[in-house]
Design a protein around this ligand. Structure first.
Ligand SMILES: [Zn+2]
Ligand SMILES: [Zn+2]
Length: 396
């Protein structure tokens, strides 16, 4: 481990910031206090800030030398609408809100890097330190772009990081190309004709039609997509009816679709629609087909991934960087930034939860679990990675 030495001196402060943010979780686009904490620290360290991009977003600007080159380093700030089960000192003070994805840690690690870069400036160019709102479903990254992030802060590349429970603490994982999936949701209403359950001949039963659609959809992934292209179609809700002796008027199918490429997604959406419409027509019913694309696939760019690997290796050594990590079917709105700029997103191992000394819930230390906690042992590692990455990307 070759940590950036002065960052070790910031650790008490970084841990205090991390735990303070953890104790005061704020949901998407409500990260006002967190945004104030971030902006106050950056200002204290003499870093100019741009505020208001994406409502609560904050960007710190650290310049040095004369080079027009620039990169962005991004952390997310939002918490989740769920109950924390931990009882330790820094557990959430707001019922029903929790930093269960470690965005408190992401924010603290990036602040540590900003502190160091503002003091040492061992680079030539500009480092934009990006704190975004609303990663958890609110597309905060897209909102920052829409509000002019890349116009106000022109940059050549952008980098992101997420802690990853289950991966050994302090080790990194990355893969060039698709690393996280596109996330999409659908809602299909089958419009039949209700009636007495004892007189099916006088009704059009939407329940049986919904079942046939659900089964036929399962052949899209097994028979129509290329077997080498990953895709998931999960029907997570089926709603119909209210009595044992009534055929309802309609039935509703709800669920999610995940893919690593837009071309596979196009195929999935088109065939789901065709099958739903066609099956319904075969039984004299109609459908309302609603398909919503949320986050696009997260695709790492080759050259920026190679640079990120070099920076990770510089901090934790070659043996602790897995450059072929298995992609995740989860989604991440950093994908929007990677659609606009080249860059790379990496996983930093959060371990199995041994860092939770006491006062934690009985559940596993996994993302979006009420017993989760960010591993403070990662603070100097993540901050060191950001520093080395910036110094390599903007080498003097
Ligand atoms: Zn999350
Ligand atoms: Zn997250």
């Amino acid at each position: 481990m070759r940590l950036v030495e002065p960052i070790l001196g910031y650790l008490p402060e970084l841990e205090a910031i991390r735990r303070d943010i953890h104790a005061h979780p704020e949901l998407s686009y409500e990260e006002q206090r967190t945004s104030d904490v971030v902006a106050a620290r950056l200002t204290e360290w003499g870093i100019p800030v741009v505020r208001g991009l994406g409502v609560t977003g904050v960007v710190g600007i650290i310049k040095n030398g004369t080079s027009p080159r620039a990169i962005g380093l991004r952390a997310d700030m939002d918490a989740l609408p769920m109950q924390e089960l931990n009882t330790f000192e820094h557990a959430s003070r707001h019922a029903g809100k929790m930093h269960a994805c470690g965005h408190d840690g992401h924010t603290a690690m990036l602040l540590g890097a900003a502190h160091y870069l503002s003091r040492h400036r061992n680079f030539d160019g500009t480092v934009y330190i990006i704190f975004q709102p609303a990663e958890e479903g609110g597309a905060g990254a897209r909102r920052m772009i829409e509000d002019g992030l890349f116009d106000k802060c022109p940059m050549d590349a952008v980098y992101g990081l997420h802690n990853w429970p289950g991966l050994k603490a302090g080790t990194f994982g990355v893969v060039a190309g698709p690393m996280m999936a596109s996330s999409n949701e659908f809602r299909v209403v089958v419009n039949g004709k209700g009636g007495h359950a004892a007189q099916p001949q006088r009704a059009i039963d939407p329940v049986m039609i919904a079942v046939q659609i659900a089964q036929a959809w399962q052949t899209i992934v097994s028979r129509e997509t290329n077997p080498l292209d990953a895709a998931v179609l999960s029907i997570t809700q089926i709603h119909a009816g209210s009595a044992t002796n009534v055929i309802p008027n309609d039935a509703v199918l709800v669920g999610t679709v995940r893919t690593f490429t837009t071309s596979v997604l196009d195929l999935m959406e088109r065939r789901m629609r065709e099958i739903a419409v066609g099956v319904a027509a075969a039984f004299n019913a109609t459908v309302e087909f609603d398909f919503k694309r949320n986050y696009p696939p997260l695709v790492n760019h080759a050259a920026e991934t190679a640079l990120a690997v070099e920076a990770m290796r510089a901090v934790v050594g070659d043996a602790n960087v897995d450059t072929g990590i298995e992609p995740s079917m989860g989604a991440e709105d950093f994908a929007f930034l990677l659609q606009a700029k080249p860059g790379c997103y990496v996983f930093l191992g959060n371990g199995d939860g041994e860092h939770r000394a006491g006062g934690h819930g009985l559940g596993p230390c996994q993302l979006h679990n009420g017993s989760y906690d960010f591993n403070d042992g990662l603070l100097p590692i993540g901050a060191s990675y950001w520093v080395r990455l910036a110094e390599m990307a903007l080498a003097a």
